[in-house]
Design a protein around this ligand. Structure first.
Ligand code: PGA
Length: 259
């Protein structure tokens, strides 16, 4: 199974030409790698241009969106619908990133509506979950508190996920990114062992409760060209959601080469 490498560019770079350069160079490494599915998540404003560029230049590279709204039509100034993304040829959307939860006040209720709408529209959703505080890990017994937190979050974010047989195909497009918030944009990642334990735990929830078989769970939080080697060997980790290293060519090269 190919590992997913999702490069989340967040609110960068500052111009389309810089985004194109980044995508071109990422593609050079992507074309040499058949073991990974590589997706760049640029700001919305560059998506149209980049996806069109793809048709004649970029081969082994996909583009995704960092967010979407929970309705496909209506009066919602400034929003982008899942359908617009789908019509543009976009396959993936990130929903519930911790920065949107923190700075845009996205609640689990909002995230839940977005997840349902995006799945129903046929997009692949990368739903970000993860505990806020490192203390949940170290001051208490093992990962118990972090697990409880993540379990509750998953329950709220996936509320009313349809379990009728037709919907199960759409549900199989759901990918979880386990991102302990204290490890995002930090100078340290989680330990691979703890990340694997959390990922196994998440998979155990997805299977019986939401009937999602063969669920995919990514790890995110300060992955770079060096530390990825410690994670990549674990079969339980289906890929990586990568933030700040996505803007550094040396890191991009090492990350792709390590898979
Ligand atoms: P980071 O970000 O790699 O900079 O920690 C990950 C993310 O925000 O998804």
């Amino acid at each position: 199974m190919k590992k997913i490498i999702a490069f989340n560019l967040k609110m960068a770079p500052q111009s389309l030409s810089q985004a194109q350069t980044l995508a071109d160079l990422t593609q050079t490494y992507a074309n040499k790698n058949n073991n990974a599915e590589i997706i760049i998540f640029p700001p919305f404003i560059y998506l149209n241009e980049l996806i069109n560029l793809k048709t004649y230049k970029l081969k082994n590279l996909k583009f995704g969106a960092q967010n979407c709204f929970w309705k496909n039509s209506g009066h919602y100034t400034g929003e982008i619908s899942p359908k617009m993304l789908k019509n543009l040829g976009i396959e993936y959307v990130i929903i519930g990133h911790s920065e949107r939860r923190q700075y845009l006040n996205e609640t689990d209720e909002i995230i839940n509506k977005k997840v349902l709408a995006a799945l129903k529209t046929g997009l692949k959703v990368i739903l970000c979950i993860g505990e806020l505080k490192r203390e949940l890990r170290i001051k208490n017994k093992g990962l118990r508190k972090a697990k409880n937190y993540v379990k509750k979050q998953l329950k709220k974010d996936l509320k009313n996920l349809s379990l009728n047989p037709q919907s199960l195909i759409l549900n199989s497009r759901l990918i979880i990114a386990y991102e302990p918030i204290w490890a995002i944009g930090a100078d340290h990642s989680d330990t691979p062992e703890d990340a694997v334990e959390m990922i196994k735990f998440i998979k155990q929830i997805l299977n019986p409760r939401f009937s999602i078989l063969n669920s995919k769970v990514l790890y995110g939080g300060s992955i770079d060209g060096k530390n990825i080697k410690n994670f990549v060997k674990y079969k339980e980790i289906d890929g990586f959601l990568i933030g700040h290293a996505s803007l550094n060519l040396k890191e991009i090269k090492n990350i792709i080469k390590s898979i």
